[in-house]
Design a protein around this ligand. Structure first.
Ligand code: NAP
Ligand code: ZN
Ligand code: ZN
Length: 347
């Protein structure tokens, strides 16, 4: 076993604190990665505090991992020692079902293994995430990282990036579409960058007026303050798509009203409490509400390559590991510009 250190929550009420644990010894297809940066996703907060149920403690969060290959198993082909490498939200899956065969491992019909707070395919080994100095992952679930991008800005691509890239591609959002990105946080700011780069006309819908200038800088053409009834009223029936990234309870019916005839609201944010939906709001304009979860390994690699080509990375605020609990409090207040990234050298 490989001794490592990290930060863990011991129960839903406890702040994150130092924690020592072990990674498995390398199997033939495993890669040992020295973690350089790990992004802080709002899912880390939901999970550490067991807001969705099912959390497994001790819980080491972190699924936006970028690092350097320290050692490789005897059969590894994709990586050599010293390569940059990244790990996202999933680290294994059944590899046999129709979803896995299509490269949609996140929708595996048997069992996909989350990077933390889940069980390996043996159904008993607990997974621990990237708030740690090293991780061992099967090469088939490790991403190759382009060398030309800013490393700290790469980490958030592994969840915030792919979670917004994948639905935008799936629904073919692009030229001629008006899309509203709801919530300008980690996911939201990546959604703005991607949708703008796909030539869609982007509006940011935010509760924070102070984010207006950033919205424009990130690529949005318009800004709506969702706490202002008059602005919401004016925007009724305007959008082909809304990408909803809100992490907390909110009124989705006032957002549905902003969709055009045949418009679609794609849910990616996962508030702990399910919203209540007015069906008449959908029926009156043949609207659709859809959902999307992260992205498969193949598409994640495609997204990283796209980012390398277009020089797209996340806007980050680098923090020391010890400041993680403060970062959580700021994220809950919507005070993040636009992703916290932990510098693992500070662990
Ligand atoms: P984040 O950085 O905290 O951003 C969320 C944003 O939502 C905030 O910045 C804020 O934007 C807005 N917001 C927060 N509370 C709100 C409230 N009460 N009412 C209205 N707006 C509110 O979070 P994130 O990391 O982007 O994650 C967002 C959500 O996506 C989380 O629920 C996370 O678990 C989920 N997620 C889902 C997937 C998936 O596969 N589907 C993957 C990753 C994360 P403004 O200040 O602009 O209003
Ligand atoms: Zn995430
Ligand atoms: Zn499968």
């Amino acid at each position: 076993m490989i001794p490592v250190k990290g930060y863990a929550a011991q129960n839903p009420k406890a702040p994150l604190a130092p924690f020592k644990f072990e990674r498995r010894e390398l199997k033939p297809h495993d890669v040992l990665i020295d973690i350089i940066y790990c992004g802080v996703c709002h899912s880390d907060i939901h999970m550490a505090r067991d807001e969705w149920g099912g959390a497994i403690y001790p819980l080491v969060p972190g699924h936006e991992i970028v690092g350097k290959v320290n050692r490789i198993g005897s059969s590894v082909k994709k990586f050599k020692v010293g390569d940059l490498a990244a790990v996202g939200v999933l680290v294994d899956s059944c590899r046999e079902c129709s979803s896995c065969k299509q490269g949609l491992e996140q929708y595996c019909e048997v069992h996909w293994v989350p990077t933390y707070s889940g069980y390996e395919m043996d159904n008993k080994t607990i997974t621990y995430g990237g708030y740690s100095n090293q991780i061992v992952t099967d090469e088939n679930y490790v991403l190759q990282v382009p060398n030309n991008l800013d490393r700290k800005g790469i980490a958030p691509l592994l969840c915030a990036g792919i979670t917004t890239y994948s639905p935008l591609r799936h629904w073919r959002v692009g030229k001629g579409h008006k899309i509203g990105v709801v919530g300008l946080g980690g996911l939201g700011h990546m959604a703005v960058k991607f949708a703008a780069s796909f030539d869609a006309e982007v509006t940011v819908l935010s509760t924070s007026n102070s984010k207006q200038a950033d919205a424009k800088r990130l690529g949005a053409a318009h800004f709506i303050n969702t706490t202002d009834e008059a602005q919401l009223k004016k925007a009724k029936g305007q959008f082909d798509f809304l990408l909803n990234t809100i992490a907390a309870h909110h009124d989705i019916n006032s957002l549905v009203a902003l969709l055009k005839l045949n418009g679609t609201m794609i849910m990616v944010g996962i508030p702990p409490e399910d919203p209540s939906l007015s069906v008449s709001g959908l029926i009156g304009k043949r609207r659709t509400i859809a959902g999307s979860m992260i992205g498969g390994i193949r598409e994640t690699q495609e997204m990283l390559n796209y980012c390398a080509e277009k020089n797209i990375v996340s806007d980050v605020e680098v923090i020391a590991m010890k400041d993680i609990n403060m970062a959580y409090e700021r994220m809950i207040k919507g005070d993040v510009r636009y992703r916290f990234v932990i510098d693992m050298a500070t662990l």
